[in-house]
Design a protein. Structure first.
Length: 134
């Protein structure tokens, strides 16, 4: 719904504007967590750029799609009110939780349940462990 779109757009803002959160978001989110089709596709492209070491660049993203709809959507995202990058984790958790709950709600087959179990186990945003002893 509208509420998730807002969360998605805030995450996209952080992804596109905050270099220090990019690896966290790229490594912890999956395209299928996004409901908005543009966000889903843009996430796939940003992940590809990031993994190729290109840096995430809205100009390059726009060239990839050559679509006014995408260009306008990205402009709307970038022009949102400032969102602090520390919000990456809580927004990512909210997005995952929404996806997870939907998967649970519509699960029918054994493989659905296996996937849910796998998600449950692999997808815990664990706090960074602090290993040093002061």
């Amino acid at each position: 719904g509208v509420y998730m779109l807002e969360t998605e757009n805030k995450l996209m803002y952080i992804l596109l504007t905050s270099e220090e959160q990019q690896s966290f978001l790229i490594n912890n989110l999956k395209a299928e967590f996004f409901e908005n089709p543009i966000n889903k596709e843009v996430f796939k492209i940003t992940k590809k750029m990031y993994n190729e070491g290109k840096g995430i660049d809205t100009t390059l993203i726009n060239e990839e799609f050559k679509s006014d709809e995408v260009t306008n959507h990205l402009a709307d995202i970038i022009l949102q009110d400032f969102i602090p990058s520390v919000m990456a984790k809580p927004y990512a958790e909210k997005l995952f939780k929404n996806y997870f709950e939907k998967r649970v709600k519509y699960a029918k087959t054994e493989s659905d349940f296996e996937e849910i179990n796998e998600l449950k186990n692999s997808f815990l945003f664990e706090e960074e462990k602090i290993n040093h002893i002061s």
